[in-house]
Design a protein around this ligand. Structure first.
Ligand SMILES: [Zn+2]
Length: 91
């Protein structure tokens, strides 16, 4: 899999230049870090009165379930790529 380091475009083709934004693409390991969203819910964290919010997502991943954080809302059935504790929608 190739992923654009600028806009995040992901493709299974071997591309060097992103077709969307013409930026460089890098190879990402196809290590089954892709899952499907089961649930997504919003969390509010206000440590010092600074409003911060993010989403916790329950992901179906290789027959098991995993939790990951995202900065934007994900919807049930969407495909996501998990990167550590973070996940992002595959576009
Ligand atoms: Zn791009």
């Amino acid at each position: 899999m190739m992923k654009c380091i600028n806009c995040g475009y992901v493709t299974s083709y071997e591309r060097i230049i992103c077709p969307k934004c013409k930026s460089e693409m890098k190879k990402v390991e196809e290590n089954n870090n892709n899952g499907t969203v089961i649930l997504s819910w919003k969390l509010y964290v206000t440590p010092d009165g600074n409003e911060e919010e993010y989403y916790i997502n329950l992901i179906s991943l290789n027959g098991t379930k995993a939790l990951c954080k995202s900065s934007s809302e994900l919807k049930e059935g969407e495909n996501v790529m998990i990167n550590g504790q973070l996940c992002e929608k595959i576009t």
